[in-house]
Design a protein around this ligand. Sequence first.
Ligand code: ACO
Length: 429
Amino acid sequence: MADTLTITDNRTGKKYDVAITDETIKATDLRQIKVKSDEFGLMTYDPAFMNTAACRSAITFIDGDKGILEYRGYPIEQLAEKSTYLEVAYLLLHAELPTKEQLTAWTHEVTHHTILNENLKSLLDAFRYNAHPMGRLISTVAALGTFYPEAKDIFELATRRKQIVRLIAKIITIAAFNYRHRIGMPYAYPDNDLSYPGNFLNMIFKMTEPRYKPEPALERALDVLFILHADHEQNCSTSVMRSVGSSHVDPYSCVAAAAAALYGPLHGGANEAVIHMLTEIGSVKNVPAFIQKVKAGEGVRLMGFGHRVYKNYDPRAKIIKKVAYDVFEAVGKSPLLDIAIELERIALEDDYFVKRKLYPNVDFYSGLIYQAMRLPMEMFTVMFAIPRVSGWLAQWQEMLEDPDQKIARPRQVFIGSQKRDYIPLEKRK
Ligand code: ACO
């Protein structure tokens, strides 16, 4: 049995053999299929990349039908239970788990790069007090790149690694400083004795105490949330990271662009949308009417449900649900929890959702956790962006080292006017 696909072009009667590798055919192999020799050749039309693999990747594996998610072969459930976010970031970037010495060195390196250049503070101060934290984060990350002009040397391995460490380290400081500016609090500086999530909590919540001590349940919950959000293969923001990176611009510009993609309500903005939805529903007794509205297709979606890839329970959602209960035990239950549980119960039994394979996704419970941690809704997408920086950078690095990759340049099917002559203004109707 040959690993080829035979295509018959019924316009010409010609047959073509196209190689099948890894369950894919090369789109460029279709270009030989043409009616006239001067034609461009056949293309595939695939808006939103529903069935197009744009790269070969060894980082994250997802089986959406079975609800499987693995980073470098390690199941997400095991990583969430046994690992830390910084170890996972190392794994994503280096392909293997670190040894004890490597982990110590990596943790030290990241921790000691969390401080921001003081000049950046004047940029943060320039934002209006109520500017959305994602808008601030996107701009601040792009601006951070201007402090490191050497970052453009993306093929100098030591320089590239330095920027990776800087981005992973400084993203928590940028996120926290933006939050403090928004609420009119002085910036709290990083404390090198704290863990990565502990340090973030310190920079967010420290008041006048000489040393901030993170609540262990919150620190661990945050670490698990960071692990769950670290990578998710070729989603919208990761595709942006790779696409922008394919022009060989510096990684700060790439991360700023990827963060902009994450900001949208259909992607990283969904956790915020879930809280808006639960608040609007208001009480458990209103849940059935809301479900009816969703089913009637009145432009209302059940936010936090459904996924382009998972047609089964999102494995991250299961872990998050457990984390939510740990957090609620430490800090008290969110008043919206009962509404969320009732929504999930009804949706999982309802034919509309069952038929369409709509299950809770990672965002269904994460917003409730952040809310219980007393983070304002506008910070939720920032909480997603922080750990995704390591995934974006791992994907960017893989793209740079992949000999198959070139500058991203999709084709189009042109549907506009044929060539026509310019009409002088006075003759236009
Ligand atoms: N509520 C109600 N109906 C839904 C929902 C939902 N959340 N999601 C999909 N559907 C319905 C659609 O109306 C459509 O029904 P139809 O076949 O009768 O027209 C069917 O299910 C398929 O939906 P699509 O929009 O084609 O699915 P797609 O893969 O394009 O969308 C998406 C995936 C964007 C995540 C979608 O499910 C959605 O909008 N969910 C709500 C937003 C959300 O939670 N986003 C977070 C995603 S996870 C992440 O980014 C981290």
